[in-house]
Structure formats: C-alpha cells, structure tokens
Ligand binder design. Structure first.
Ligand code: FAD
Length: 307
C-alpha cells in the first residue's frame, strides 16, 4: 500500500469522524460471500459524517464506491483498489411522520422496515419484505417485487453534497426506471429516504406479506448465499425458465452452482471463489446467447478495478 494513500485515508476518516478499515475482505460484506479486500473501507454512523466523508474521499486518489447489504454485488477475488463507504452502521430506528409517512437512514434493513411499517398500520412496503437490501441500496436500485417498486413510495431522499453537506432531494416518477434511479444515473450517495405509505389494517398487511414470503420461499434459494437474479429477463421470456429448458440447473464450478430451485440464481455451496461464480455466469450467458441469439444483460454488479 502506498504510504501517501494511508496518510490521506486515515486523515480523511478522522476529519469526518468515521471508522476506517484497511484491506477489508468484501466476502464479509456481500451476500454471495466471495470477493477479496477493499483497499479502504469506511463505516459512517450518521448521515452528517457520511456526507463529510464523501466530500473528503472524492478528493482522494482512489475511486469511491458505496456498499449497502451487498446483495447485488459480486466482488472479484483480487478485491478492489477503492475507497468503499459501507452503510451498515448508518441506521437508527425509523421515524413515523404525519400523513402516513416514514423516514429512515440508508443503512436500515428493508425487511425490518417493512415489518415495522406493518406494525404501525401502514401499507405500501409489503412488496419489499423479502428483499435483502438496505434502504439506500433499495432506493438506488429501485428494487422491486410483486409488481411494485421503491419508485412508488419514495418521495424524498437525503443525499451527500460534494461540499460535505446533507441535501434533501424531492423525487418524482421521472427519477426512477426499471432497477435504476436518479442516484445510479447521477452517481449520488443516498443517506436516507422519506417514504409515503397509506393507512391500512395491520392484519391484512401482514397477510399480504406472508403470501409474498411463501411464494419467495417456494421459488428462490433464500437459505443459500447468492446475489439474487444474475441476469435481467428477456422481454418475452424468463431467464430462469430458459436455463431450466437448457438443462443447466445444478451446473457447477467449484462450489458455485446454478440453483436447482431457480435457474436465474447462482448459489455459493460453501467455498466458492469469485472466479467460480463469474466463470459459471459466463458459461450460462454463452449458452443463453447461443439459444436465443442474444446474450442476456447481467443484473448483478461485478466489482473489479476499472482498467
Ligand atoms: C436472495 C435475494 C433476493 C433478491 N430479490 C430481489 C428482488 O425481489 N427485487 C430486487 O429488486 N432485487 C432483489 N435482489 C437484489 C438486491 O437485493 C437489490 O438489488 C437491492 O436493492 C440491493 O440493495 P443493497 O443494499 O444490498 O445494495 P448493494 O448490493 O450493496 O449495492 C447495489 C448498488 O447500489 C449502490 N448503493 C448501495 N447503497 C447505496 C447508497 N446508500 N447510495 C447510493 N448507492 C448505493 C452500490 O454502489 C451498488 O452499485 C435480491 C438479492 C438476493 C440475494
């Protein structure tokens, strides 16, 4: 590690009031459980310190990346020469606001937030209870399930300004599209969000969540490490069904396996490396391209150094 970088990053963390770790393995912070170290890894505990850190790090030599629950990220075995800000500690209890609104910080886990909203008699987040995301990652990805997505409930985001301040950003439908948002387009750091829900009967809300949960359990390998759906579906056919038809379910490379339950998931059966996962991903992608004439778009984000 270059000494000047160590000096820069330790000083930046200290000025922002944030905990910094050197060479932190990404396998510990991603749901696929693979990936080498991030050169620098930061864990801010408040939106204010996170915004200060963002401004500091953007002046540094390494690219800055944000990590939430790590459920859509596959990091390569070599790790990344990057300054990674992880939102794991950017959490505290959500806030109930007038008008069936709630506010929460970026690191708040979405499943717990959905259950908390249900307990308050607020409907609108039922769709999200099974999504292993933090709120910031879910807003940034416009995560969705069960025919709904975060675009429908997110009316305001807190984002980090380049000057280190926390900025409020009002949001409308034009700020979101399928699995993307203002934050992915403009490369913004989401620090928190305000959601507009609707009053509802807690028992009915819980019944809807339970039905969604049952469906997910029956169709997805949620007890094994994975990064969710690997590929975006084709316009007219599901990748999972196609993989099944091609006889590729259960295909393995080392401990990486095409799920036998859902053909669009690659699971880690224990000791898979990122090379196993990405090798298998390429094999399936080639088979799909040969079968359909078009390679599917990769939906998971692969973290490797930019050339
Ligand atoms: C078992 C399983 C099931 C899944 N089911 C679904 C599903 O039903 N629907 C769905 O949409 N997705 C699903 N996913 C994928 C994943 O959960 C979503 O993409 C989720 O939104 C990722 O959130 P995260 O906090 O884990 O973000 P990460 O995976 O940590 O990051 C994803 C991207 O968002 C960026 N990011 C993270 N936090 C922030 C922030 N605060 N500000 C700005 N950028 C940020 C990262 O830099 C990265 O580019 C599933 C994944 C798994 C493993």
């Amino acid at each position: 590690m270059v000494a000047v970088e160590r000096g820069f990053y330790e000083a930046a963390a200290e000025r922002a009031g944030v905990r910094a770790l050197a060479e932190e393995p990404l396998a510990r912070h991603t749901t696929m459980r693979v990936g080498g170290p991030a050169q620098w890894f930061f864990l801010p505990g408040t939106p204010e310190s996170a915004a200060r850190l963002w401004a500091e790090l953007r002046r540094g030599p390494l690219p800055v990346r944000i990590l939430g629950w790590g459920s859509n990220v596959v990091a390569v075995d070599a790790g990344v020469r990057a300054a990674v800000i992880c939102t794991d500690e950017l959490r505290r209890d959500p806030e109930l606001l007038p008008g069936a609104r709630i506010a929460a910080w970026a690191g708040v886990p979405v499943p717990g937030l959905a259950r908390w909203a249900a307990a308050q008699g607020l409907s609108g987040l039922e769709f999200a209870e099974g999504i292993p995301a933090q709120l910031g990652g879910a807003v940034r990805m416009n995560a969705g399930a069960n025919r709904s997505s975060f675009s429908e409930v997110t009316e305001l985001a807190l984002v980090a300004g380049d000057d280190g301040r926390v900025i409020e950003r009002a949001l409308g439908p034009a700020d979101f599209a399928y699995r993307e948002s203002f934050a992915s387009r403009e490369k913004l750091f989401v620090l928190g969000a305000r959601l507009r829900l609707a009053p509802g009967d807690p028992a009915e809300i819980r019944a809807r969540m339970s039905a969604f949960r049952g469906r997910r359990r029956a169709t997805q390998p949620i007890q094994l490490p994975s990064a969710g759906c690997v590929f975006a579906n084709y316009a007219d056919q599901s990748v999972g069904a196609l993989v099944e038809r091609l006889g590729l379910k259960g295909r393995r490379r080392g401990d990486a396996e095409v799920s036998t339950l859902h053909g669009n998931f690659i699971v880690n059966r224990g000791q898979a490396s990122a090379a196993d996962v990405l090798g298998l991903l390429e094999e399936i992608r080639t088979a799909l391209a040969q079968a359909t004439g078009q390679a599917p778009r990769i939906e998971v984000e692969i973290w490797r150094d930019e050339p």
